[in-house]
Write a protein that binds this ligand. Structure first.
Ligand code: ZN
Ligand code: ZN
Ligand code: ZN
Length: 75
């Protein structure tokens, strides 16, 4: 990993491998697009909007479910 750091190649915060294609920068780390996932359902955002809370990322649905004021039952 160190040699990649020196070369300036970003390392994925999930799989810890170098990222050579599209990079997602979030939560102070870099991620493969397919490895940046919701902390609740673990679905990748794939460029869709994400919401951050306490160092974790959530999809819109789960962010509102966990922290928002949407009704859990009827959304
Ligand atoms: Zn990765
Ligand atoms: Zn989710
Ligand atoms: Zn309701």
């Amino acid at each position: 990993l160190r040699c990649h750091d020196k070369m300036g190649i970003p390392i994925c915060g999930s799989c810890h491998r170098p990222i050579e294609e599209r990079i997602v920068t979030a939560l102070g780390k870099n991620w493969h697009v397919e490895h940046f996932v919701c902390a609740k359902c673990e679905k990748p955002f794939l460029g869709h909007r994400h919401y951050e809370k306490k160092g974790l990322a959530y999809c819109e649905t789960h962010y509102h479910q966990l922290f928002g004021n949407l009704c859990y039952v009827c959304n």
